[in-house]
Design a protein around this ligand. Structure first.
Ligand code: NAI
Ligand code: AKG
Length: 434
């Protein structure tokens, strides 16, 4: 998405730290350490294609900071993935794990590929190849991958299986977001969206707002966006628009999210949605919009659940929503943040809003290590408790200090990371090798 106007995502991500360092009076040592990823691994993955030809895919795993524990973070399959993007995503993982006080550092992986162009067998060979390439740097106590954009439980299952094959043992805790039959956790699939809804609910409660009177538009109708939209609908929000990479659908009366999801799975797009008979009334009211139009809708909540750099200095002026909810990582640039703040539009930040996924990944890791498997209710109750506690702290810090919720969340996360750095001692710089 970088076009000269739009900043490089990593520079932009790190630019937010200057303010935080000043507020926290962070040591020069800690600042230096957080200026560099601890480790960047690049690999070339050869894959035998179904037609007999060989294709080589570039892949990365970046471990940004592992001071507070093993690296944690998803693996993205996308044609635009590069080292810089994966590094930015690993940096956000470090912050977010600290914001919700998980005993993890931050890492992220990526493969430069358009998975829609691969057959299922090719995708499996690529996924297994990723693990063979990264085997030496991942592990239940070192770095624990999970799903992200265009990866899912099936892919995590192949990856966990490949790791176990190489290690000649059962190591389910090396990967989270697995299928239930391979040690996945109840509730992981819906957790990112449901966690995001919970942060929104804490916000509406604190601000005395009634969800039943609020409209929502959702950019990105994938794992995170779909489960968020369902949870929002269940709580009484009216979801009036959703989009995917090809376009958006809108109905001022509210959309039937389940019908749209079914349609999207059948046809691979939102376009041409035909509601089921029970919802035939709605069909008449559904309009198709361009992606950009969805971002300008006059709604109470604009939930961004696609990719980075969606609201920039070029379109922040056009946003009519009353609140932005960052379910994706990095959807609002720092310049856009300033424009939105000047216009009085609050942004609930990614490093707090989308933590439901990694929190339940943490619970999956605990279940794998103890062999004690929890019910869905227990998983969701523990996720809700953690989000309530940590979000309340962020919102209170923002109010007490008169700062944005993003700055408050960053202060909460960075404080925990720099304290852990100090606790390791002046010579301490854990890099996962020792
Ligand atoms: N899956 C997870 O557990 C977590 C995901 N996230 C973040 O949430 C975001 C979405 O991830 P997932 O839902 O897992 O990915 P996904 O691959 O399931 O879905 C992504 C969706 O975004 C859509 N999209 C892409 N470009 C778009 C555009 N320009 N306009 C509108 N829609 C567009 C795609 O068509 C797809 O529907 C990413 O930023 C990811 O890093 C964050 C925390 C956890
Ligand atoms: O579940 C996880 O471990 C990480 C999910 C992720 O990649 C993210 O939060 O951005």
């Amino acid at each position: 998405m970088s076009d000269g106007q739009t900043p490089k995502v990593l520079d932009d991500a790190r630019s937010r730290l200057e303010f935080i360092y000043k507020r926290l009076d962070a040591s020069a040592d800690a600042q230096q350490r957080l200026s560099h990823p601890q480790r960047v691994i690049e690999a070339a993955i050869p894959v035998r294609m179904d037609d007999g030809s060989l294709q080589v895919f570039q892949a990365w795993r970046v471990q940004y900071d592992m001071t507070r524990g093993p690296g944690k973070g998803g693996i993205r399959f996308h044609p635009d993935v590069d080292a810089e993007e994966v590094t930015a995503l690993s940096f956000w993982m470090a912050i977010k794990c600290a914001v919700v006080n998980l005993p993890y550092g931050g890492a992220k992986g990526g493969v430069r590929v358009d998975p829609k162009k691969l057959s299922r067998m090719e995708l499996e060979r690529l996924s297994r190849g990723y693990i063979r390439a990264m085997y030496d740097v991942i592990g239940p106590d070192t770095d624990i991958p999970a799903p992200d954009v265009n990866t899912n439980p099936t892919i995590m299952g192949w990856m966990a299986d490949e790791y176990s094959n190489i290690a000649r043992g059962q190591y389910p805790a090396v990967i989270t977001g697995k299928p239930l039959g391979l040690g996945g956790s109840q509730g992981r699939v819906a957790s990112t969206g449901e966690g995001a809804l919970q942060v929104l609910k804490i916000w509406t409660d604190r601000n005395d707002l009634d969800p039943k009177k609020m409209t929502v538009a959702v950019q990105g109708f994938g794992n995170a966006g779909y489960y968020f939209a369902c949870a929002a609908m269940n709580l009484g929000f009216k979801v009036v628009a959703v989009s995917d990479s090809k376009g958006a659908v809108y109905s001022e009366k509210g959309l039937d999210i389940h019908a749209i999801w079914k349609h999207k799975h059948k046809t691979k797009e939102l376009k041409g949605i035909v509601y089921s008979e029970e919802s035939v009334e709605q069909e008449k009211n559904v309009d198709h919009l361009d992606n950009d139009e969805l971002l300008k809708l006059d709604v109470d909540v604009l939930a961004l659940a696609a990719l980075e750099n969606q609201i920039t200095q070029d379109n922040a002026q056009d946003v009519e929503a009353k609140l932005l909810l960052e379910i994706a990582n990095g959807p609002v640039t720092s310049k856009a943040d300033t424009i939105l703040a000047d216009r009085g539009i609050p942004v609930l930040p990614d490093v707090l809003v989308n933590t439901g996924g990694v929190i339940v990944s943490y619970y999956e890791w605990i279940q794998n290590r103890t062999g004690d498997y929890w019910t869905e209710d227990k998983v969701s109750e523990r996720m809700r408790e953690r989000i309530q506690h940590e979000a309340d702290r962020c919102f209170k810090l923002a109010e007490d200090e008169g700062i944005s919720v993003r700055n408050a969340a960053y202060m909460q996360g960075i404080r925990r990371i720099t304290e852990a750095m100090d606790d390791r001692g002046t010579q301490g710089f854990f890099n996962g090798d020792s």
